[in-house]
Design a protein around this ligand. Structure first.
Ligand SMILES: Nc1ncnc2c1ncn2[C@@H]1O[C@H](COP(=O)(O)OP(=O)(O)OP(=O)(O)O)[C@@H](O)[C@H]1O
Ligand SMILES: [Mg+2]
Length: 333
């Protein structure tokens, strides 16, 4: 495995390998003993429920994936929005510590905030306040600063999603490659613009419900339908059942190892950023899936979406632990 190479564009080294666009929040983790019944966590009204463990961390998919790429050794920028408050400062400080350059701006809205309630079975429900995360506008971007080889778009809403849609077009005009991880809400509510971004997307990562919202299914037949929309590499993740990735030639299939789940927030971000990082470095889907799976596995064994994100060397060292099977992808079937 080679070290990251210097990126040359018109003879000049580019400032960034990758810029992530997405949310940044403070996550509060509430570990409860609340039981899950038929897919619900029921909170009785008018009672006080005890919390076993309380934790705080910075999170949000844009910031999480930026830190993931930086740890993998990429020159990384983060484009997003925080409020003019202590939570915002905490996020900026953390990004700096992780060697991520902040390319966003400060909003009059407060910094985004999420309350992550873990059930007894270790799945979670998130109460989220988007705040500043919705307020990124295209007109305030300093486009000259966005000197990058890749963009990674995580889920954004409202104004910030409009900005992603415009930025995708701008990126395409400037030969910048794009990875995209959209959420169900935006796929359903802004379909036309999601399809527009997909035309410019090189790598798409979705979970099974996002795949279903996009093309009505999440089995292997979904790959052909999604690829018709633009992406050249498509990953569908199936939680603890693993993931499948298709690259127009092969469908690669992998399962994670059985691990003890401590707190699963950030699994999707870790998988997607690991996949994109290893694809950029190695151009090999099989290796990329291994790095993705290891990154996700590592994150869910610890509390906090960034805790456990692997460095490139940590990931490479463990690659043999993940088995990947492949089969021919029949475009015509
Ligand atoms: N319980 C688990 N055990 C092992 N690996 C897991 C588990 N849950 C998720 N993963 C890993 O993380 C990857 C992504 O998980 P998932 O399909 O749940 O993504 P997601 O729904 O986008 O998650 P998120 O809610 O974090 O956005 C999986 O493909 C798998 O590799
Ligand atoms: Mg996800």
């Amino acid at each position: 495995v080679t070290a990251p190479r210097a990126k040359l564009y018109k003879g000049v080294e580019m400032k960034f390998d990758i810029i992530t666009v997405g949310s940044a929040v403070i996550d509060t983790f509430v570990e409860s003993r609340i039981k899950e019944t038929r897919g619900e966590m029921l909170l009785p009204v008018g009672k006080k429920l005890l919390v076993n463990h309380l934790g705080f961390a910075t999170g949000g998919s844009g910031a999480n994936t930026a830190v993931a790429f930086s740890r993998m050794g990429f020159k990384t920028g983060f484009l997003g929005k925080v409020g003019k408050d202590e939570n915002g400062e905490m996020i900026l400080k953390e990004l700096k510590k992780e060697k991520v350059e902040f390319l966003g701006s400060i909003s009059r809205e407060p910094t985004g905030y999420s309350i992550v309630i873990d059930s007894k079975k270790r799945d979670r429900t998130i109460l989220t306040f988007r705040g500043a995360n919705e307020m990124l506008s295209f007109s305030e971007l300093n486009l000259k600063e966005l000197d990058t080889e890749w963009f990674y778009f995580s889920n954004m809403n409202e104004n910030s999603f409009d900005t992603e849609a415009k930025l995708a077009e701008w990126a395409n005009k400037h030969g910048i490659k794009l990875a995209f991880n959209p959420g169900s809400h935006i796929i359903n509510s802004r379909r036309k613009d999601v399809l527009k971004i997909l035309r410019y997307t090189d790598i798409l990562v979705v979970n099974e419900s996002e795949a279903k919202d996009l093309v009505g299914r999440f089995d292997e037949k979904a790959f052909k339908k999604i690829m018709k929309l633009g992406p050249k590499i498509v990953a569908i993740t199936y939680g603890e059942k693993g993931a499948k990735v298709c690259n127009e030639l092969w469908i690669y299939v992998t399962k994670p190892n059985k691990v003890k789940v401590i707190e699963r927030t950030g699994a999707g971000d870790a998988f997607a950023s690991g996949l994109v990082a290893a694809h950029i470095k190695l151009g090999d889907v099989e290796a990329a899936m291994k790095v993705a799976t290891l990154n996700a596995e590592s994150v869910i064994q610890q509390r906090g979406a960034k805790v456990g994100l692997l460095s490139w060397h940590q990931a490479v060292r463990e690659m043999d632990r993940i088995k990947v099977n492949k089969k021919v992808f029949y475009r015509e079937s």
